[in-house]
Design a protein around this ligand. Sequence first.
Ligand SMILES: CC(C)(COP(=O)(O)OP(=O)(O)OC[C@H]1O[C@@H](n2cnc3c(N)ncnc32)[C@H](O)[C@@H]1OP(=O)(O)O)[C@@H](O)C(=O)NCCC(=O)NCCS
Length: 231
Amino acid sequence: MLPANYRIRHLEPADYDAIIEICRRVYPTERPYTTEELADHHQVFPQGQFVAVDETRGAVAGVHFTLRLRMTDFHIDDSWDVLTAGGSFLDHDAQGPTLYGADIMVHPEHQHHGLGRALTDQARFLVEEERLWRMVGASRLPGYGRYQTTMGVEAYVDAVLAGRMIDPVLSVHMKDGWTPVRPIHGYLQHDDESAGWAVVIQWVNPACPPPPEFDLRRLPEAARAKLVQAE
Ligand SMILES: CC(C)(COP(=O)(O)OP(=O)(O)OC[C@H]1O[C@@H](n2cnc3c(N)ncnc32)[C@H](O)[C@@H]1OP(=O)(O)O)[C@@H](O)C(=O)NCCC(=O)NCCS
C-alpha cells in the first residue's frame, strides 16, 4: 500500500532532472539517462512511464519505465541496450503483447516504503487494462558480486528463491509477484555488483491467453524453443 504522502502519476518533462539524479545515485557505474531519452520515453508510450512523487517534499521519489514489445522479435537473453534500442524506447511496438519493464528505481532516501511494490502494481494494472499477455523484466543480482568466486550463479539464485539468502533486487521482485525464468549474463553493461548477471522474470496475465501468433504449434522450431524457455 502506498504511504499517504506519496502518489503515482505519469512522467512529465519537469521530472527529467530529478530522474537523471536518481539514476546517478542507484546506478553509479552506468551512464544515466539523457533528457532526450526521457523525452523519447514520454513521446512513444506516455501511459507506460510511472513516477512516484513525495507530495510533502514535492520531490520525485522513484520511477518505473515500460514499453510494449513483440518478444519473439527478441531473444529472451538480449541485453537491456537491445531491448530498449539503446535506452531510447524507440522500439516500442504499440501492438506488442508483452509489457517490458525496462527500469524501476527508487531514490535511496525513499526505499523500503513500498514504492517499488506500488510502481510494479501500476505496470500490472496497465497489462490488465490493455489486455496484454504478460510483463517481462530482468532482475539485477546486486548481492551476487561478492559471492561470484565462491558460488555459481545458479546456486545463488536457488538460495535466494528458497529464502536462504536475500538479494536486494531479486528478493524484492519475488515478493512483488514476478516468476523467475532463468539467469542471463551481460544484461547491463557495467553491473559489477551483479557480476554482470540478472534473472529474466515475468508475470503472465491470467485473463489473457497468448496471442495466436504465439501458439506454439504455429512457430518455427527455433522460436518455439525460445518461447518454451521463457515460460
Ligand atoms: C529494487 C528497488 C526498486 C526496490 O524499491 P523499494 O521502494 O525499496 O521497494 P519496496 O519498498 O516495495 O520493497 C523493499 C523492501 O521494503 C519493505 N517494505 C515495503 N513497504 C514497507 C513499509 N511500508 N515500511 C517498511 N518496509 C517496507 C519490503 O518488504 C521490502 O523489504 P525487504 O527487502 O527487507 O524484504 C530499489 O531497491 C532500487 O531502486 N534499487 C536500485 C535500482 C535497481 O537495481 N532497480 C532494479 C533494476 S532490475
